[in-house]
Design a protein around this ligand. Structure first.
Ligand SMILES: Cc1cc2nc3c(=O)[nH]c(=O)nc-3n(C[C@H](O)[C@H](O)[C@H](O)COP(=O)(O)OP(=O)(O)OC[C@H]3O[C@@H](n4cnc5c(N)ncnc54)[C@H](O)[C@@H]3O)c2cc1C
Length: 399
């Protein structure tokens, strides 16, 4: 333990990369540790998500203050960032559709929440939905013009390279295996690819380990009550140009959100949605691709690496989306990807707080959706939290 660094960030997903860059830009010495060999294609949330830039209406300020504020702020920051750094993204807009009287009533709750959160929103009738997406059926819909899509792999890659350019020392294929309180910091033990170990002191540790953030929190605080309850999310895809009935103009199409109760507790879901993709080979940064993804279909994961095995039958995907997109047939669907979400058991909001064992470790727990949208705002929030803690240890920054 011969040397000391200022800040160690655990995990180079979109959140860890954004935090490392944000902190290094203010002149701080940052080490970024990632157990995977690469950052853009792998088994983490940042490589396997829906790629939606959320507008920020799903989360109310009372029960999910971090998600609501950081999603709305992150949305604006992300579009600016993508423009400035050439990351493929497109402001497609989103329709949240209602197909029954009850769903129309639920839409009104979300319309009011959008207004409360400062998110632009418009209520559309059937004809107005048809004008925008002729093949979508709805009794009514909310139009969210600030929603969009992004190439998540390109975003992570860009943040990673910008972090590198700001002087962040990056250790890929390196795992944080032990944390322990140490004088003026935390003793961090790394395990390299060849199995060798090394321990150093870090004044601050930021735990951005996604699915494993609860395990990292327990390294310093074995009694930590937080537990990530991994959720396996399967997505299929279809080609929107294959048949006229499948042609979508390019908006995100979501059902009305609902609450799901399982034997592991109740949770809220945005539902199985249709998401256009970007054509990364095209010359335009925001050219639509030919495929549309259909998902995610969620279930409790067996464990944090439950990526393999068969998808559920196509009929389950069809049952979810045909009420509003009747032209889709089983033969149109192909597997797209399986992702695993870091849902925090018993918590609706993200938890960003110092370890009770030492205020030198900041834990980001349960950073599930909309963590991609919120990533830049989360990074700014973390920077402010660290800055304020130096002056006023008990205060929390405004999001
Ligand atoms: C199926 C799915 C769909 C989603 N859709 C959307 C969406 O449309 N829009 C949206 O805004 N959000 C979406 N999300 C959420 C979003 O992807 C996540 O919130 C975001 O990617 C979280 O990033 P992260 O960096 O916190 O975590 P991760 O991407 O999981 O990264 C954590 C990193 O920590 C590393 N790590 C773990 N343990 C260690 C260790 N001991 N040592 C070193 N490194 C370690 C891991 O290897 C990993 O790379 C979705 C998520 C999923 C799974």
């Amino acid at each position: 333990m011969s040397y000391m660094v200022e800040i160690t960030v655990v995990g180079a997903g979109v959140v860890g990369c954004a935090i490392a860059r944000e902190l290094a830009r203010t002149g701080r010495e940052v080490v970024l540790v990632e157990k995977n060999p690469g950052v853009t294609r792998g088994e983490n949330q940042s490589s396997r998500n829906s790629g939606v830039i959320h507008a920020g209406l799903y989360y109310d300020r009372d029960t999910r203050p971090l998600k609501s504020r950081l999603c709305v702020a992150g949305n604006r920051m992300l579009y600016r960032f993508c423009e400035e750094h050439g990351v493929p993204a497109r402001q497609t807009g989103k329709l949240i559709v209602a197909v029954s009287e009850t769903e129309c009533e639920t839409l009104e709750i979300y319309r009011r929440r959008a207004v409360e959160n400062g998110v632009p929103v418009q209520l559309l009738n059937t004809a107005q939905v048809r004008q925008r997406e002729p093949r979508v059926q709805a009794a009514a819909a909310l139009l969210l013009p600030t929603s969009g899509i992004i190439d998540p792999a390109a975003l992570v890659a860009r943040l990673y390279h910008l972090a590198d350019g700001c002087g962040v020392q990056i250790f890929p294929e390196t795992r944080v295996v032990k944390l322990a309180p140490a004088p003026e910091g935390v003793a961090v033990t790394l395990e390299y690819r060849d199995g060798a170990h090394d321990t150093y002191r870090s004044r601050i540790v930021v735990n951005a380990a996604g699915l494993y953030s609860d395990d990292i929190a327990r390294l310093l605080d074995p009694a930590s009550p937080y537990r990530v309850d991994p959720v396996r999310s399967e997505a299929m895809k279809f080609y929107r140009t294959r048949r006229p009935e499948l042609f979508l103009e390019g908006m995100n199409i979501y059902p009305t959100p609902r609450r799901v109760t399982t034997d592991r507790g109740a949770y809220f879901t945005v539902g199985v949605h249709l998401t256009p993709t970007l054509d990364s080979a095209a010359s335009g940064r925001d050219t639509l691709g030919a495929t549309v993804t259909v998902g995610p279909l969620n279930r409790a994961a067996r464990d944090k690496s439950d990526y393999g095995g068969p998808y559920r039958p196509e009929t389950v995907f069809l049952d979810a989306v045909r009420p509003f997109f009747p032209g889709l047939q089983a033969g149109d669907l192909e597997p797209h990807q399986v992702g695993i979400q870091a849902r925090l058991a018993g918590h609706q909001d993200w938890v960003i707080e110092f370890s009770p064992a030492t205020r030198r470790c900041l834990n980001l727990l349960g950073i599930d959706s909309p963590g991609l949208t919120g990533s830049l705002a989360i990074a700014r929030y973390v920077r402010r939290m660290l800055e304020q803690t130096q002056n006023a240890p008990k205060s929390h920054p405004s999001a």
